[in-house]
Design a protein around this ligand. Structure first.
Ligand code: ADP
Ligand code: NA
Length: 330
């Protein structure tokens, strides 16, 4: 395979993906299958860095995998697997932890943010070393490219530093990964607070559109999205953040250019835009939900798909780990 290799992961920490996860990440994963050799994992090891109910975690891991399949990750073209089924992730992570400076890890802003929320004393050491595990995820597969959003840049930088450091110390072992910035990645904002990004941790659930939520409820959330006191449907993120967000969602879901949408809504109001977008959304999520349901209805088949993915992942991961172990003197 001469294609560049890509790795990405998603945490099974919610009952459903939201629109931001899809339009900002998973949709690109699906497209990358045409051009790259793709490895995608449900990162359940990362999910236990915060408190998790075992039953809920197990279910969310399955539902996450089912959603990836339903959204277009093709297990014949991608290696789709669950992180905990590939023990090399934890094994490499330990070796990399021993190459990571305490001060270096302490500078990770995501840890600082997350730890501050729960109180630094209560935050787990796993939450602290989370970015090192993420580096292991990437380096195990010798990934050339990692599709990252702005929020993950610092972590990717750590992965690059660790790869270079290890290569310098022990001889060339890892590919140094690059950020894969996708141009048309939509950043999706909260429908009720269009200046902050849509997130599962949002306090106002009405601003969050979950793919597996009752379509009628999602439609209603779109129709009651916060806009502004103006009338014209124009894309102006600075002054009309709410309308701009609706336009980017609309454009991303239909493939119609934002300028084309502006023209189509000339002389019409926000109500028309919301009503139509609500319909577009329902049309998008309905078949996705049907496919998710069919994957979940056949647990044995889903398990088989994931077991096959883990087996393929391990072929690559175990080769990298063997080299690493040898290099460090095991
Ligand atoms: P959350 O921010 O809801 O906790 P995650 O951190 O699990 O979601 O994100 C999973 C993936 O979805 C990441 O690649 C992240 O960059 C992307 N993502 C999350 N929220 C958004 C958003 N509002 N817009 C675009 N992409 C997003
Ligand atoms: Na996040």
């Amino acid at each position: 395979n001469t294609r560049l290799r890509v790795l990405s992961g998603i945490q099974p920490t919610a009952d459903s993906f939201h629109l931001g996860n899809y339009l900002g990440a998973v949709r690109q994963w699906v497209r990358l299958q045409d051009t790259h050799e793709t490895f995608y994992c449900v990162v359940d090891l990362h999910a236990i860095t915060v408190e998790q109910d075992p039953k809920v975690l197990r279910q969310r891991t399955r539902v996450s995998a089912a959603q990836l399949l339903a959204l277009g990750v093709d297990p014949d073209r991608s290696t789709l697997f669950v992180q905990s089924q590939v023990p090399e992730h934890a094994q490499l992570s330990w070796v990399l932890e021993c190459q990571t400076g305490f001060g270096e890890a302490s500078r990770m802003t995501q840890f600082k943010d997350k730890a501050a929320k729960q109180g630094t004393d209560r935050a787990s050491v796993g939450l602290f070393t989370y970015p090192v595990l993420q580096a292991a995820d990437i380096l195990l597969y010798q990934a050339h490219a990692v599709p990252v959003g702005e929020d993950q840049r610092q972590h990717l930088e750590l992965s690059r530093n660790l790869a270079q450091r290890f290569n310098n110390r022990f001889g060339r072992t890892f590919v140094v990964p690059e950020a894969h910035i996708v141009k048309d990645t939509a950043k999706i904002y909260d429908l009720q607070d269009p200046t902050s990004k849509m997130s599962k941790s949002a306090s106002a659930v009405n601003g969050l559109v979950e793919l597996l939520d009752e379509p009628k409820r999602s439609a209603k959330k779109i129709r009651s999205a916060v806009t502004d006191t103006g009338r014209e449907v124009v894309y102006d993120p600075e002054h009309k953040a709410g309308v701009a967000n609706l336009l980017s969602i609309y454009s991303a879901l239909t493939g119609r250019a934002i300028s084309e949408l502006e023209t189509a809504y000339e002389g019409k109001g926000y109500g028309d835009l919301k009503k139509d977008l609500a319909e577009v959304l329902v049309e998008f999520v309905t078949p996705v939900q049907e496919r998710v349901k069919s994957y979940l209805d056949d647990q044995a088949e889903l398990d088989k798909v994931l077991a096959r993915g883990a087996e393929r992942a391990r072929e690559v991961a175990s080769a990298t780990l063997a080299k690493v172990y040898d290099r460090v003197g095991f």
